[in-house]
Write a protein that binds this ligand. Structure first.
Ligand code: F6P
Length: 320
């Protein structure tokens, strides 16, 4: 094996650059060449591919976004598009590919693997919703960005004695809501993995107020409904002075946390090690703080990310 290709795909996440750097530099230190593919699978098919030099990796560990750009490219679900991608990889003499991204991106890597091209899926998404790993690169940063915003919201909520419903990202997963919500002392965390009882949440808020609490915070995962819809429901149950806000894409940007940078570095180095051992068709991850690799097809077809919903119970106990 001589050349490793790298692409970032789907929604960007802080730490993607740290991931690219780790794969490229590990490959280089093993005597291999690294090739960057711009705009994810779209760039792959278009042949937007270039050799990466070590100097290109200087300083990118601290930068948010992705220097390789990203794209959503549903066309890659078509076999002829996948074969075109493989044709481009062969044209550039690339022997194996590391795909950094979320669920959708992993499916691209899965398809290439099914066509016999060695590909590794490396978790890079704020949602933390990929099977085969406890944590994804970008999740920790997104939680800390959300937490910073929630702390600020708590300040203004207190000044005006308001109830804020803050919608955080996560697609179908409640992980960001749970982590940021616990850390921000939320009165309630509402996640798609569990039913919610609007009446109980409204009663709790009203009871809190009766007991002298001067503000309230509900952290809502986007997979449940919008903050505006949730606010309307709380209003109907007589909760006063409510405000709804959506944090949105701010959670995807910014300089990655140390934890995300280190995780990205470990993942990137691990991916190269596996490829050097001739292993491919894998999804890599971290479980119980150990790097793990599982068959990418089996991981995607037969496993689901499991959100630790016990964190919601923990929050309920701490907010009693
Ligand atoms: O997967 C990352 C994510 O930010 C999700 O949390 C969110 O649902 C989605 O992407 C937003 O996608 P887009 O950037 O295409 O609006």
């Amino acid at each position: 094996m001589k050349r490793i290709g790298i692409l970032t795909s789907g929604g960007d996440a802080a730490g993607m650059n740290a991931s690219v750097r780790a794969i490229a530099r590990s490959a280089m230190s093993a005597g291999l060449e690294a090739y960057g593919i711009n705009y994810g699978f779209a760039g792959l098919v278009a042949g937007d591919i270039h050799k990466l030099e070590s100097i290109d990796m200087d300083g990118i560990i601290s930068r948010g976004g992705t220097v390789l750009y990203s794209a959503r490219f549903p066309e890659f679900a078509e076999e002829k598009t996948q074969l075109k991608g493989i044709e481009q990889l062969k044209k550039f003499g690339i022997d194996a590919l590391v795909v950094i991204g979320g669920d959708g991106s992993y499916h691209g890597a899965e398809r290439l693997t099914q066509h016999g091209f060695n590909s590794i899926g490396m978790p890079g998404t704020i949602d933390n919703d990929i099977p085969g790993t406890d944590f994804t690169v970008g999740f920790d940063t997104a939680v800390s960005v959300a937490l910073d915003a929630l702390d600020r919201v708590n300040d203004t909520a207190t000044s005006h004695q308001r109830t804020f419903i803050v919608e955080v990202m996560g697609r179908g997963a409640g992980d960001i809501a749970l982590w940021a919500g616990i850390a921000a002392d939320a009165d309630a965390i509402v996640i798609p993995e569990r039913d919610y009882d609007i009446q109980a949440i409204a009663s709790k808020i009203k009871q809190n107020r009766a007991n002298g609490k001067d503000h309230n915070l509900v952290v809502l995962a986007e997979g449940v409904m919008s903050a505006a819809e949730f606010k309307e429901k709380l209003d109907k149950f007589g909760v006063l002075h409510t405000r709804a806000i959506t944090l949105g894409h701010v959670q995807r940007g910014g300089s990655p946390t140390a934890r995300d940078r280190v995780l990205a570095s470990r993942f990137g180095d691990f991916a190269v090690k596996l490829l050097l051992e001739g292993k491919g068709g894998l999804a890599i991850g971290i479980k119980d703080n150990k790097l793990v690799a599982s068959d990418i097809i089996d991981t995607l077809e037969n496993h689901k990310h499991v959100t630790d919903v016990s964190l919601q119970d923990l929050n309920d106990r701490l907010r009693f």
